[in-house]
Design a protein. Structure first.
Length: 104
């Protein structure tokens, strides 16, 4: 488990709650995937490998999405968010701040 590094406490709390919920649900469901097909357990392993592939695809997609967002921020395409705001208001924008870059 990792603590997500975000500047907004609401997003961080929600992300941790979802992470724990999905992890616990997987822990409850996983024993039922490996019943009755031993000693090979083809069905259980097939589901596990399919879910690993799905998560790998999601992580790859998210990596490119956040990388594109960083590229847009560096190019100044999101500077409009800070126009007309004080320094304190810009800090309160959180990850929408044009100077905040995502770790990819």
């Amino acid at each position: 488990m990792a603590w997500p590094r975000t500047v907004r406490f609401g997003k961080r709390t929600t992300a941790n709650g979802i992470q724990l919920t999905v992890g616990n649900a997987a822990g409850v469901l996983s024993p039922f995937l490996f019943t009755g097909s031993g000693p090979v357990y083809t069905g259980g392993y097939a589901v596990a490998i399919a879910l690993l592939g799905l998560s790998g695809s999601l992580f790859t997609g998210m990596h490119f999405y956040w990388r594109r967002r960083n590229t847009n921020k560096r190019a100044g395409k999101e500077d409009w968010r800070a126009e007309g705001l004080s320094e304190e208001e810009v800090k309160e924008l959180g990850d929408k701040n044009p100077n905040y870059f995502f770790t990819t």
